[in-house]
Design a protein around this ligand. Structure first.
Ligand SMILES: *Cc1c(COP(=O)(O)O)cnc(C)c1O
Length: 814
């Protein structure tokens, strides 16, 4: 980011008080609790109905924050920091974002509509990220605050943005438009939700269309109502199920099993496309996504292969395992008619149990009078063959008689106090309620409790990091990704599948067994085995793996087996030792290597590689260069004398960062993919991949003088609230992390470890933390980071990551 305070001052047209005009801003924050606030944060003190962030400024200054946008300088804070005084801090945040947006000139996709924005955004991100470095709004950050924060997250590595804008009343879109400034617009489904903020449908459409007033192209479902509001400079790109004049005319849908085949016409040709959904909303969202790919001139085969892999976006509708063998669909955040329809669709497509219950709150935002609304809801319930309705709320209680098998409660608390009397078993349960009803409490009752420690892997972050490193490569340079040691502890097969989707060129594993399990899992990418033992050569050949050959002895052994099997041109990789002194042909064996392979057609040298010992350390820059030079010389010699044309590669992650001019033909990405960099500056550009999570098993308060854990290594000096977490050194948490060195995060606060880490458990100090048994605990992730842990433990992030034992379940999500 690197904007100075002086700069910010003129962008915001503010009054500046302070003495460090040259202080630079690297991040923007509105959250006083964020652990990422720092000296280089510009903190916008927003004022809400229940909360005024000006109250936290003093504390923030104490933690080191130095730059604030405020409406007034709080008492006893004068002269302690830079203050930019403005009239309205939210407006200032939006101005700042709009200015920041203007610094970037790549395509930005702007999405709005009543439904489907978040899903289409997530899908487009998935579809386009193999080719672009995408920045998108997180979750559904589409509000007056969410949009500026999303846009401020752009950095110079991105080359495509996808942002969604949500409005609930007039005069909101104009502001969001100035911040997003989309070049390509996508209007998703315009349903009946959020109607109460608009006079009528017409006004709603008109307001939403303001987002596209400056767009070059607009994608929408053809409708004359929409077309009235397309500005003259915007090119319309429409689709339709009915109107043959649309640019894309979807003439037929064929539904089989869990798939829909779409037949469509585009530019005079007919096409077919299969998508893995059958409900109407998903089909429409998929078509919106298809339109973007068509606009970007994607090839039909690419469109097909990527769209086949679309997945349900669990932003709202999460499917969970419930008690008594129930299945729960958690939609506890919204209740409008449109989204009820979608949720019932999902319930239907789950199709797990014949018995179905819907727990439903009062419905808001429908635009219909109540009589009509609940009659329609009842119809919907009947047509979806719902066996039982549990209504919660004053209004739905009034209309109880509309439903055939219905019990109602006035409030969520009423329901909860009667919970024991209700029977829930072997059925699908849709839990659907407006936010204000706090149905998450009902979800918590019905959800199966899995007291498990899990390592959550964010697959999107992996894609993001991959694209970050790809953006550093020169054209034509290939990429091998190291997935050894179970993908650095993150999970081998799932990550390999994702990498295959992203079309990396090679995978690298340490041992043949790792490669075999990937091949058994269906991975088709070529896989290099770094350390093949002679005994595994047969299996390597059988499974089509490619061995790294690093010695004359190994070469002869492999050639012998290869000859016996009558192989020809079997791909091998030649490793040269240029200074690491681990594996590889040394300089004085290269002649013999050449002599052995001259005229030999059993194997083919697919690549020549070497590995650097110090690519991460500027202290050893000269040594690193000498390795690269020796590699260049020896590999050139082999290439010239054998007259071959192999792939040459030497750079690992930190090599990619520090030696951009010696990429040769390929690089080998490892730790960077998993979100860790040796370089603090680069670290900022990477997304966290793994979050190690657990829960609180038990909480107790001990008096001063008592001790905690083995050896009484923690003695309480005062009354102390202690929480026990079911994770220990057998799960890979170093014992050295105990005794006050390390901490975990509970409800976003640090809880330091008391006494020694046990085999399966550890205890933490929660005296100052508002928490309950069962609450989530973060062992590492955004904070503490793996790098931070490694530093404190006197080791490297590689060891922390790969130590997490296999008994910790890996859960993958997007
Ligand atoms: C592990 C490994 C890499 C990747 O190293 P990172 O530092 O994780 O990027 C590359 N090449 C070889 C030979 C390796 O063993």
């Amino acid at each position: 980011m690197s904007i100075t305070i002086k700069n910010s001052n003129s962008i915001l047209d503010a009054k500046w008080f302070g003495n460090q005009p040259e202080a630079t801003i690297e991040t923007v924050s509105i959250d006083s609790r964020s652990l990422q606030n720092s000296e280089q944060t510009l903190f916008f003190a927003l004022v809400g109905p229940n909360n005024d962030a000006h109250h936290y400024i003093k504390d923030l200054i104490a933690t080191g924050v130095q730059n604030f946008v405020v409406t007034r300088i709080p008492e006893d804070c004068e002269n302690q920091a830079n203050f930019l005084v403005v009239e309205n801090t939210l407006v200032a945040l939006q101005q700042f974002a709009a200015y920041y947006r203007s610094l970037f000139h790549f395509p930005i996709i702007g999405l709005t509509g009543s439904n489907g924005k978040t899903i289409v955004k997530e899908w487009l991100n998935f579809l386009l990220s193999p080719d672009y470095n995408v920045i998108r709004s997180p979750k559904s950050y589409n509000s007056q605050v969410g949009v500026p924060l999303s846009v401020i997250a752009i950095n110079e590595k991105h080359n495509l943005g996808i942002f969604e804008a949500g409005i609930s009343t007039v005069a909101e879109m104009d502001k969001l438009e100035k911040i997003i400034k989309p070049t390509l617009g996508v209007l998703t489904n315009i349903g009946s939700s959020h109607d109460e903020g608009f006079a009528d449908l017409e006004q709603k459409i008109q307001q939403k269309m303001l987002l596209f007033q400056d767009a070059e192209v607009l994608i929408y479902q053809k409708s004359s109502q929409v077309e009235n509001y397309i500005s003259a400079k915007t090119k319309a790109f429409s689709w339709s199920f009915k109107d043959e004049n649309a640019d894309v005319f979807v003439s037929k849908k064929e539904i089989t099993n869990q798939e829909t085949t779409l037949f469509y016409q585009y530019k005079g040709n007919s096409y077919q496309l299969k998508i893995p959904f059958i409900d109407k909303a998903s089909v429409e969202n998929a078509i919106s996504s298809l339109m973007v790919l068509l606009h970007l001139d994607y090839e039909t085969s690419v469109i097909q292969s990527r769209m086949e892999m679309l997945f349900p976006v669990e932003m709202r509708l999460e499917v969970k395992n419930g008690i008594n063998n129930c299945s729960i669909i958690d939609d506890s955040y919204s209740s409008d008619f449109q989204s009820l329809k979608i949720a019932l669709d999902v319930l239907e497509s789950q199709n797990q149990f014949e018995k179905k219950t819907v727990i439903l709150s009062d419905i808001f935002q429908s635009g219909f009078p109540n009589e009509q609304l609940y009659a329609k809801v009842a119809q919907l319930i009947v047509s979806n063959k719902i066996n039982r309705v549990i209504g919660i709320g004053e209004t739905i209680s009034e209309f109880k008689d509309q439903f055939s098998n219905c019990i109602t409660f006035k409030t969520t608390a009423d329901f909860i106090s009667n919970f024991e009397k209700l029977d829930f078993s072997n059925e699908s349960i849709l839990i659907k309620g407006a936010r204000s009803f706090q149905f998450e409490e009902i979800v918590a009752l019905l959800e199966e409790k899995t007291h498990e420690t899990v390592l959550e892997i964010n697959l999107n972050a992996i894609s993001y990091n991959l694209n970050f490193f790809k953006s550093k490569l020169k054209p034509k340079v290939k990429i091998m990704v190291m997935v050894k040691a179970f993908g650095y502890g993150n999970g081998g097969l799932e990550i390999a599948k994702l990498l295959e989707h992203h079309k990396v060129d090679y995978l690298g594993v340490a041992f043949a067994d790792e490669g075999i399990s990937l091949k058994n899992g269906g991975i088709k990418l070529p896989i290099m085995v770094l350390n093949p033992e002679n005994t595994s050569f047969s299996a390597i050949i059988q499974y089509g793996l490619e061995p790294e050959i690093y010695s004359i002895k190994g070469l002869h052994a492999f050639l012998k087996i290869a000859k016996q099997k009558n192989l020809s041109h079997f791909p091998i990789h030649i490793k040269l030792d240029t200074g690491m002194h681990r594996l590889g042909f040394e300089e004085n064996t290269v002649d013999e290597l050449i002599a052995t392979l001259k005229g030999n057609s059993t194997v083919k040298i697919q690549s020549i590689l070497s590995h650097m010992a110090t690519s991460d350390d500027p202290k050893h820059y000269d040594f690193a260069l000498s390795q690269i030079q020796l590699f260049d010389r020896l590999s050139s010699k082999i290439i010239n004398e054998l007259e071959i044309n192999p792939i040459r590669h030497i750079l690992n992650t930190s090599g990619i960062s520090n030696f951009p001019d010696t990429q040769f033909d390929m690089v080998r990405l490892g730790i960077g993919l998993y979100g860790v960099s040796n370089d603090e500056n680069e670290q900022k550009y990477l997304e966290n991949v793994g979050t190690l999570k657990s829960i609180i098993s038990q909480i107790r308060t001990i008096p001063a003088g008592d001790s905690v854990g083995y050896g009484r290594r923690f003695m309480a000096e005062k009354s102390t609230k202690v929480a026990t977490i079911p994770i220990g050194y057998a799960d890979g948490i170093a014992r050295a992390w105990g005794n006050g060195v390390g901490f975990v995060l509970i409800n976003e606060q640090k809880a330091s470890i008391l006494g020694s880490v046990c085999m399966d458990m550890l205890m933490v100090d929660v005296s100052e933390i508002d928490c309950l048994e069962g609450d989530d605990v973060i062992v590492f992730g955004e904070s503490p980071t793996v790098s931070y842990m490694a530093k404190k433990l006197n080791t490297i992030p590689y060891e922390v990551l790969t130590s997490i034992s296999q008994r910790v379940k890996r859960v993958f999500y997007r």
